[in-house]
Write a protein that binds this ligand. Structure first.
Ligand code: SAH
Ligand code: SF4
Length: 377
């Protein structure tokens, strides 16, 4: 697309917006459904291929609209079928997505921002700083691209059944674009995923959690990582603005509006920082009466250069897990994927952010280790 291109990119129009757009043009609303199917299910980029639209409408669309997906910079496959992609976001920047096939499902982990404005100390995206929000087209375009790339490789490719916003960025600080993209993911004329199978992971932007509950109650994962305010202020500094009592109250309100119930709490296990038996006890206390309804995902910290942290040992993680289990708190079973390609969310794009050394880093990546925790149902 040239910079003078003012055509509207239909890939990024949420169903309600597309319907309104057709209505403005004097077209019937069902045209929007037809176009959604062409764009998102058949993944055509050319209006001439939309044979159930009148030729005059196709000609009009060609003048004022386009279908433009982002492009892939890197596509790497792990021995276990996990695939990581780097998606070009222009200006020398990129974001990552990871495809994780399993027996009964396939999960796509996508990004919502280039970088992140929050500064969680254990997160390599946070260390990179914030560049910009992704557009709706760039967010849903990740799913569009992944389905196209996976499908081509049938029979090994598996249709994507779950999407998690656990790549780069804080989705609830790019709220409108993320909600529009999620609407497309749920719409039967587009991707038709169930609400349970689209998960937003957030560091805890309280007012946005409430708005999401009202607008689009999809699955929610909360990046908790610490059981008290003092430690959470350090690890997840947005906690100073939205402390734990406010966050937990927002989670309770959210749990009431999502019929499918449980919220997942993510807890990165960092050796000697948040992984002692005392921390486990504090966590049990924090969860209080909710404890039997929640699921906790204990994620081994994924080390990166200069983080200053270490991953908790297997023993420490298991001891922590056992302490939670003893009081009836369920943890998400651990699955390690993509080890040989460094596929952990947030780990990949940082390595190529420094474009001057990109080739070196790309070469290095095959040697690095990474862990992806798969969550959601
Ligand atoms: N900004 C959102 C979503 C992106 S991060 C959020 O914070 O929830 C997705 C998940 O990866 C979060 O739970 C985050 O805490 C976790 N994460 C970030 N860096 C990590 C690391 N080095 N090792 C393990 N998990 C990490
Ligand atoms: Fe941003 Fe999430 Fe990383 Fe925190 S953990 S810096 S919110 S991407």
């Amino acid at each position: 697309m040239t910079s003078t291109d003012e055509r509207i990119n239909l890939l990024g129009l949420a169903p309600s917006r597309l319907r309104a757009w057709f209505a403005e043009m004097g077209e019937k609303p069902f045209r929007a459904n037809q176009v959604l199917k062409w764009v998102h299910q058949r993944r055509v980029e050319d209006f001439d291929a939309m044979t159930d639209l009148a030729k005059s409408l196709r000609e009009r669309l060609k003048e004022i609209a386009c279908i433009q997906a982002p492009e892939i910079l890197l596509d790497q496959e792990s021995k276990d079928g996990t695939r990581k992609f780097l998606v070009d976001t222009g200006g020398g920047n990129s974001v990552e997505m990871v495809y994780i096939p399993e027996d009964d499902r396939a999960t796509l982990c996508i990004s919502s921002q280039v970088g992140c404005s929050l500064t969680c100390t254990f997160c390599s995206t946070g260390r990179q700083g914030f560049n910009r929000n992704l557009s709706t087209a760039e967010i849903v375009g990740q799913l569009w691209l992944a389905e196209r790339l996976i499908e081509r490789r049938l029979p090994t490719g598996k249709a994507i059944s779950n999407v998690v916003f656990m790549g780069m960025g804080e989705p609830l600080l790019n709220e409108q674009a993320v909600v529009d993209a999620a609407e497309l993911m749920l719409d039967d004329h587009a991707y038709g995923l169930s609400k349970r199978r689209v998960t937003i992971s957030t560091s805890g932007i309280v007012p946005a959690i409430d708005r999401l509950g009202e607008r689009l109650p999809i699955s929610l994962a909360i990046s908790l990582h610490a059981p008290n305010d003092a430690l959470r202020n350090e690890l997840v500094p947005i906690n100073e603005k939205y402390p734990l009592d406010e966050l937990m109250a927002a989670c309770d309100r959210y749990a009431e509006v999502v019929p499918h119930g449980a919220i997942i709490y993510e807890y990165v296990m960092i050796q000697g920082i948040n992984d002692t038996p005392e921390h486990a006890d504090e966590l049990i206390e924090l969860l209080g009466p909710r404890k039997e309804a929640v699921k906790i995902n204990l994620i081994p910290f994924n080390p990166f250069e200069g983080s200053g942290y270490e991953r908790s040992s297997r023993n420490r993680i298991e001891r922590f897990r056992a302490r939670l289990k003893a009081v009836g708190i369920n943890t998400v079973p651990r699955k390690t994927r993509g080890d040989d390609i460094d596929a952990a969310c947030g780990q990949l794009a940082g390595k190529v952010a420094d474009r001057s050394r990109r080739q070196d880093r790309l070469a290095q990546m095959g040697l690095d280790r990474g862990v992806v925790e798969v969550t959601g149902s």
